[in-house]
Design a protein around this ligand. Structure first.
Ligand code: NAD
Length: 331
């Protein structure tokens, strides 16, 4: 069985090749992203293994299906980027990795909060230039601050646990409250109340038609002046031009992003030799109180090992006719 992996980096190859796998599984690692043009690289591959910025729209799925693909194995938890209706129509099974390390993403979220609050990137640059002054580096204690967690599934719950450990008051919004989060002493409130009462708001809900641009002009207005917004979930949860205006006016005090609505053509690539073509991202990068990482929250050794392990188990289970971690249209 030939498995073609798209969007592979050296760390993907290492984590998959480190695992024992049956000799009939042939791995073909492709560095390019999956697009209509690169789909041909998966010719005669029963299985296509894709990541978050691969194009899994109907035309691409049709091309893969015509070339013999029968399973799309996502190396991600999120599946907002696949046209599930088209996959169902074409008889393509879709599997995902529902959980690999919620801690990886939760801990990166906290890294962004601490780096923004204590101005670590400015301090790092300053001391390397021999500038040991402290002007502009004042932060705030996290203890007793209110943190709003939007979406309290696996990652939101891990994040809430860490912030409760810092001595923060944790507020949460989720249509399905998580008893584990309630047990931390967190309080579930309506979204508007969480936004209004929090000094830090962190997004951990999936991207769906309901959550697209959850953070927009109106919801930003509900947030406290000078508050911090962190998004390590999916870029389109945030209306980026609205956030830029809130940063310019000073209403939003800090922004930490690991995801960006238009990241698909940018993130995971070294574009440092070329002029940045995305003017919205370019504007965001000018703010001293903004930190952007390029979708790296998942990138820990433990998470990579778990992604590879679950993906191979998903493929084996499907090949044996006992599929697991299926993504269905109605889920
Ligand atoms: P999960 O399914 O365990 O939890 C998602 C939670 O969001 C659920 O409790 C659900 O009830 C809640 N939710 C659904 N709609 C909501 C809404 N309208 N408002 C508030 N909450 C809502 O998922 P998870 O494993 O915790 O992952 C959360 C998200 O993190 C994923 O959807 C993915 O987009 C993102 N993610 C990012 C990275 C990264 O590297 N940056 C890695 C993995 C996952």
């Amino acid at each position: 069985m030939r498995i073609t992996f798209f969007s592979t980096q050296s760390y993907d190859r290492e984590s998959f090749l480190a695992l024992p796998h049956p000799p009939e599984m042939e791995f073909v690692f492709q560095q390019p992203k999956l697009t209509l043009d690169t789909a041909v690289l998966a010719a005669k591959s029963e299985v296509v293994c894709a990541f978050i910025n691969d194009d899994l729209s109907a035309p691409v799925l049709e091309k893969l299906s015509a070339n013999g693909t029968r399973l799309i194995a996502l190396r991600s938890a999120g599946y907002n980027h696949i046209d599930l209706a088209a996959a169902a129509r074409l008889g393509l099974a879709v599997v995902r990795v529902p959980a690999y390390s919620p801690h990886a993403i939760a801990e990166h979220t906290v890294a962004l909060i601490l780096a923004l609050n204590r101005h670590l990137t400015r301090a790092y640059n300053r001391t390397r230039e021999g500038d040991f002054s402290l002007r502009g580096l004042t932060g705030f204690d996290l203890v007793n601050k209110t943190v709003g967690v939007i979406g309290t599934g696996q990652i939101g719950a891990a994040f809430a646990r860490i912030m409760a450990g810092f001595g923060c008051r944790v507020l949460a919004y989720d249509p399905y409250p998580n008893p584990e989060v309630e047990a931390l002493g967190a309080q579930y409130l309506a979204l508007d109340d969480v936004l209004a009462q929090s000094q830090i708001v962190s997004l951990h809900c999936p991207l769906t038609p309901d959550t697209q641009h959850l953070i927009n002009v109106e919801s930003l207005q509900r947030m406290q002046r000078g508050s911090m917004l962190i998004n390590t979930s999916r870029g389109a949860l945030v209306d980026t031009p609205a956030v830029i205006n809130a940063l310019k006016s000073g209403h939003l005090g800090y922004l930490g992003l690991d995801v960006y609505e238009e990241e698909a053509d940018l993130f995971f690539e070294d574009l440092s030799d070329f002029p940045l073509q995305d003017d919205i991202l370019a504007r965001l990068l000018t703010f001293p109180n903004v930190i952007i990482t390029a979708h790296q929250a998942f990138l820990t050794r433990e998470a990579l090992d778990a992604i590879a392990g679950t993906t191979l188990a998903n493929i084996s289970a499907w090949a044996e006719g006992k599929p697991q971690n299926l993504v269905r249209l109605e889920t």
